[in-house]
Design a protein around this ligand. Structure first.
Ligand SMILES: Cc1ncc(COP(=O)(O)O)c(C=O)c1O
Length: 377
């Protein structure tokens, strides 16, 4: 039986052609041509003034924090339910991650919980567009303004999603994207930082190239910084994908629609839901199973694997991870972030790669219902 992977891209002859062209031509006076084109097209697509290509979204979040001047002793609020890449850069700069709860419908950062976590040491909030969904960006932006706290939007999983008609990544002081191979738009590995702030753009351009000013030919380093640059080959790949972004997003929405048609009315199973003003791209179709069924994510994943179907667990609460044991662990954070702790054990990401067909989605849904010992309605 054909194994169904959990994620993967949609690559056409166009990507291959652009990368081959970059391999042949992106040298000498053309060395930066693809990088510049990709950054310009990306900024236009998101609707922001500047885009800076980087090796990953993790490096984008790192530079965002450095450029905003966040450092030792500062506190940065981050949702408890996300991939550790959203929070690890907080530790890179010596700051302290503070975990806030999520909204039970969007599964994204809850502004009320954020407000409770604000202290005089809070310098930034990292809002994550989890699985392509978005938090209430209007409330988070106004909260940031009221308290004088920077807003960073981790849109790693949400290229093309919109909140109140504005694209994911365009809210706040800066936004970040991932082009990892599992993402809707990929460059293999890669990332982008976007911003409307000229000061942040200037600083990030310098920070990504060992403290040199853009265009510097005299090798003058103004500060000790980082080497975080994207190659022309990756940028060519990304440009081809960006020129196809509408078809990539439309396939993602079709995939969610196929799951929704089969699982939408099944009792005890909840699929991704969104705020009425959000238009999600459904990066990962996710099923949260009613805890009353006593089918943990580990059990469901094992049963799907037996049917040759790969899946992923919904992220574990950051505050429960061994990596963050110094912040007190679940004994402290479970009662502070009850929604995160109530959903995390029961959620599974279903195959959402761009190679999914309606037949494959049917196979996954049947296997899931078997795993849960449920019948479709
Ligand atoms: C929410 C979130 N933030 C950040 C990242 C980090 O992206 P990258 O792997 O490009 O560093 C990811 C990617 O897995 C992610 O899902």
């Amino acid at each position: 039986m054909q194994r169904i992977p959990v994620a993967g891209p949609w690559i056409t002859e166009k990507e291959v052609r652009y990368v081959a062209d970059a391999a042949a031509t992106a040298w000498y006076e053309n060395a930066n041509a693809y990088v510049t084109k990709f950054e310009k097209a990306f900024a236009e697509y998101i609707g922001v003034s500047h885009a800076v290509s980087l090796p990953s979204c993790t490096s984008a979040l790192h530079l965002a924090l450095v450029a905003l001047g966040i450092g030792p002793g500062d506190e940065v609020i981050v949702p408890d339910l996300t991939w550790i890449a959203s929070s690890a850069p907080i530790s890179y700069v010596g700051a302290i991650p503070i975990f806030a709860d999520i909204n039970p419908t969007s599964w994204c950062l809850d502004p009320e919980s954020v407000e409770k976590r604000i202290t005089p040491r809070t310098k930034a909030v990292i809002a994550v567009d989890l699985y392509g969904n978005m938090p209430d960006m209007r409330s988070l932006a106004s909260l940031g303004r009221r308290h004088g706290i920077a807003l960073i939007e981790d849109a790693a999983e949400a290229i093309g999603s919109e909140f109140a008609g504005r694209k994911a990544g365009s809210f706040g002081d800066t936004g970040t994207f991932s082009f990892h191979g599992s993402k809707t738009l990929t460059t293999g590995e890669g990332g982008m930082l976007v911003t409307n702030r000229a000061d942040l753009h200037e600083r990030v351009m310098r920070l990504r190239d060992h403290g040199r000013n853009p265009g510097d030919r005299m090798f003058v380093n103004h500060e000790v910084a980082f080497k975080y640059k994207m190659s022309a080959l990756q940028a060519a790949f990304g440009l081809a994908q960006l020129e196809r972004v509408d078809e990539l997003l439309s396939r993602k929405r079709d995939i969610f629609g196929w799951y929704q048609a089969r699982l939408g009315n099944v009792p005890h199973v909840v699929l991704n839901k969104q705020h009425p003003t959000t238009n999600s791209v459904y990066w990962m179709v996710t099923a949260i199973v009613d805890g009353a069924l006593r089918k943990s994510k580990e059990t469901v994943m094992e049963r799907l694997a037996a049917a040759a179907i790969d899946s992923r667990p919904v992220f574990n609460p950051l505050s429960a991870l061994p990596a963050y044991r110094e912040y007190g662990g679940p004994d402290i954070w479970r009662s502070r972030n009850p929604v995160t702790y109530s959903l995390a054990p029961w959620g599974v990401n279903l195959p959402s790669g761009l190679n999914m067909t309606e037949e494959l989605v049917s196979r996954v849904c049947e296997a899931l219902l078997d795993a849960l010992e449920l019948k479709a309605r």
